[in-house]
Design a protein around this ligand. Structure first.
Ligand code: NI
Length: 261
């Protein structure tokens, strides 16, 4: 069994998330960590509601994406903190820094990232980190705010081995998305082959980043099987062994056991 450890299933992307989850189950993807982030908290509320309706298959993660850092008002923080305490919520995320798009000013992104690491520590849950073209600052904020106290996962890993070493050392696992199936992603291939087997996860980031051979289509959780197959091939191991390891890792990271049927 595989777990898609990072997918966005809110109505903006999936008219029928149940159908997408059914297609995933048909290929052995049995559980879903659903990320609720957006310009407001509607996706976070949706993720929690989905996890409440399907508690054995769905766990929710709530946060404020760095793109939307300017939306983290005191009022939004208060509601987010309430949502983050819900038992259906396994982590705070995705939070971090994105200097590629710069949709929010960088100082605002850094402040929101720091504040939300604080929230994760307050609710004693791990963190799901988004970082793009901001490696040094991401590590600096993580270290300064004591992210190692809660640990978590570097989502959609697309950095190099030096970054991976620092993240692992701070207690963060590495999650591989469809990027690992792209021919051009040499440093990601290197890390996927090298990283300790007990510290890696797989995800789709649906509806983004469909893996080969589905690249160009809207991504959905079923496709995590392609990503897992590529990681297994890079590590010269069977898909079954890779699935067992990454599923166990996800359950440890998110402190949630999913049923195996
Ligand atoms: Ni995401």
């Amino acid at each position: 069994m595989l777990i898609d450890t990072h997918c966005h299933l809110d109505p903006a992307y999936f008219a029928d998330p149940d159908a997408a989850m059914d297609r995933a189950r048909a290929v052995g993807v049995g559980s879903f960590v659903v990320i609720g982030v957006g310009r407001d908290l509607a996706p976070a509320r949706h993720a929690v509601a989905l996890a409440r309706r399907l508690p054995s298959q769905v766990a929710a993660v709530v946060g404020v994406h760095p793109h939307d850092a300017t939306s983290l008002t005191d009022e939004a923080y208060a509601e987010l903190a309430e949502l983050a305490r819900a038992p259906e919520v396994v982590a705070v995320g995705e939070i971090g820094l994105d200097y590629h798009y710069d949709h929010s000013p960088r100082d605002v992104q850094r402040a929101a990232f720091a504040r939300l690491i604080g929230l994760a520590k307050e609710v004693h849950k791990p963190i799901v980190i988004h970082t793009r073209e901001a490696a040094a600052d991401t590590l600096e904020v993580m270290a300064a705010e004591g992210a190692r106290d809660v640990g978590g996962v570097i989502h959609c890993f697309s950095e190099d081995r030096a970054f991976a070493e620092r993240a692992l050392e701070m207690g963060f696992d590495l999650s591989f998305s469809g990027i690992v199936t792209f021919k051009s992603a040499a440093s990601v291939h290197d890390v996927a082959a090298w990283a300790p087997l007990d510290r890696i996860l797989v995800e789709t980031d649906s509806p983004y980043l469909a893996p080969m051979p589905m690249r160009g289509k809207a991504c959905e959780p079923a496709y995590v099987a392609h990503t897992a197959a590529r990681v297994a091939a890079l590590r010269k191991m069977s898909l079954g062994d890779l699935a067992n390891a990454t599923t166990a890792n996800a359950e440890r990271c998110f402190r949630r056991i999913f049923p195996r049927d």
